[in-house]
Design a protein around this ligand. Structure first.
Ligand SMILES: [Zn+2]
Length: 72
C-alpha cells in the first residue's frame, strides 16, 4: 500500500476531539534516522499527542485511533 493510500485511509478514520482542550485531532508522521516511519495523532491546538506507532504494522492506524479516542 502506498503512503498516499495509507494517509487517505487514516484520514477517513474517525478521530475524537482532543480530550484536553476540545481541539481537532490531526495525523502527524515522520521518519527516524534509520528510515523507519512512524505516525501519531496530535491535537492541533495544544501539545496533546497519542503514542507514536511504527508504520511497519498494518494495524498502526487502528492502534493510533484507538489509543487517541480512548484517552481521558
Ligand atoms: Zn488539545
Amino acid at each position: 500500500m502506498s503512503h498516499e493510500a495509507i494517509e487517505a485511509a487514516a484520514a477517513e478514520a474517525k478521530l475524537e476531539l482532543c480530550p484536553f482542550c476540545g481541539g481537532s485531532a490531526e495525523w502527524q508522521s515522520g521518519k527516524y534516522a534509520d528510515g523507519a516511519e512512524w505516525s501519531f495523532i496530535a491535537c492541533s491546538q495544544c501539545e496533546a499527542q497519542g503514542p507514536h506507532v511504527m508504520r511497519e504494522t498494518l494495524t498502526y492506524k487502528d492502534a493510533c485511533v484507538r489509543s487517541w479516542n480512548n484517552r481521558t
